[in-house]
Design a protein around this ligand. Structure first.
Ligand SMILES: Cc1cc2nc3c(=O)[nH]c(=O)nc-3n(C[C@H](O)[C@H](O)[C@H](O)COP(=O)(O)O)c2cc1C
Length: 361
């Protein structure tokens, strides 16, 4: 039996994927046609099905257009910066050995590299480590314009951005850089911008979403320059003991942002069977786990934020992400309170997932 070729092929470098992808099913030109009028809304916009691909597997307009053509209706362009940044050393996506869920306890002990990617999506847990590479606005601003042209009726392109730490810069300037990146996207006509506040693979930048002062400052600076555009914040998993921090953040940002996307990956050390660091290079012992094993964490966060918004009358929408590998996972997230659902790992290995979800409804 031939193996599935993921749309983003982990056997190839980031640059090969960027320049020559997407691969597999996304490479063919057949288009899935949405029928009738869009019956759903997300962020007040008409959407056929509030399901799509999270920031990551789609680094160019060729990839995002491929996703729209295959029926993914809410598609995110991979995180971009205001400057050129290299990708972490190859490999960037490797399989890990996990049975069932990656509990926080399992993650804290670290995990072991698997020999091969699991063919059964319900068992597929991977780790990814790119470091938010960017070819800089000189490339992506024009490419995002092309990506916008790939949107069909009832479909939505989101562009993910982050700030970049530079030598001699103040903390405020770093936060300001998120806003600058967002404004670049807004100025070319992007209506919905996602701020990536949760990348675990950039050692010096850290995971910002757990620091209320940083989140508040980035949100204020971004709102000041993007006007009425929609802002999404991408968060990681908040442990139950971090609930107060989460509540403080939500109280402040409720009226300033339009949606929260959760979760990003769960950070964990990954080693080879003989105990060596699995991914090459400094600061790469820990990387972000994603796929089937983290679904519990995404569902848990969606439920917690949904209860909070009901309790306090908050108006933001929720994008559920993490371990969506099958139509049942999509339904589980919707039931948990997600207004929209996205997949990264599941969509990479099953690019027919949107079509399968639509057929199952
Ligand atoms: C190949 C790959 C690249 C990713 N790159 C990004 C990124 O650039 N920005 C971001 O916010 N999240 C990134 N992520 C995280 C995903 O958006 C998502 O939050 C996470 O993988 C959990 O979803 P999943 O279980 O469906 O993979 C990436 C994930 C994968 C698999």
């Amino acid at each position: 039996m031939s193996k599935t070729v993921p749309i983003y092929d982990p056997a190839k470098t980031f640059d090969e994927n960027f320049d020559n992808g997407p691969y597999g099913y996304f490479a063919d030109k057949n288009v899935y046609e949405n029928k009738g009028e869009p019956k759903n809304t997300f962020l007040g916009l008409p959407i056929y099905e509030p399901f799509g691909i999270a920031a990551g597997p789609l680094p160019t307009s060729k990839h995002t257009t491929g996703a729209f053509r295959k029926g993914f209706d809410v598609v995110c362009y991979k995180t971009q910066r205001t400057t050129i940044a290299p990708c972490n050393a190859f490999p960037n996506v490797i399989p890990v050995d996990v049975e069932g869920s990656v509990t926080l306890e399992k993650a804290s002990k670290g995990l072991t590299l698997r020999d091969e990617f699991n063919e059964d999506p319900r068992e597929l847990t991977i780790t990814n480590s790119f470091g938010n590479p960017s070819r800089g606005p000189e490339f992506w601003v024009d490419d995002v314009k092309k990506a916008l042209e790939g949107q069909g009726k009832g479909q939505l392109l989101i562009v993910s951005v982050c700030g970049t730490i530079a030598e001699g810069q103040t903390q405020d300037e770093y936060f300001e850089d998120f806003a600058k990146a967002a404004k670049l996207a807004a100025d070319v006509g992007v209506e919905v911008i996602e701020l990536n506040l949760s990348c675990p693979n950039v050692a010096n930048e850290g995971i910002i979403c757990y620091t209320p002062a940083a989140v508040k400052s980035i949100v204020d600076k971004t709102r000041a320059v993007v006007g009425g555009k929609k802002i999404i914040l991408k968060f990681g998993y908040f442990k139950p003991e971090q609930d107060e921090v989460l509540q403080e953040i939500m109280e402040y940002i409720n009226e300033k942002v339009d949606a929260i996307s959760l979760i990003n990956t769960i950070p964990a050390a990954v080693r080879t069977k003989d105990g060596k660091q699995a991914l090459p290079g400094e600061g790469r012992l820990v990387s972000g786990l994603c796929g089937a094993g983290i679904k519990w964490a995404g569902i848990d966060m969606v439920k917690r934020l949904d209860s909070l918004r009901k309790e306090r009358g908050y108006t933001f929408e929720i994008i559920g992400v993490g371990g969506v590998m099958t139509p049942e996972d999509y339904k589980e997230y919707r039931k948990a309170g997600a207004d929209c659902v996205q997949s990264a790992t599941g969509a990479m290995w099953n690019p027919n997932l949107a079509v399968e979800i639509k057929a199952s409804l």
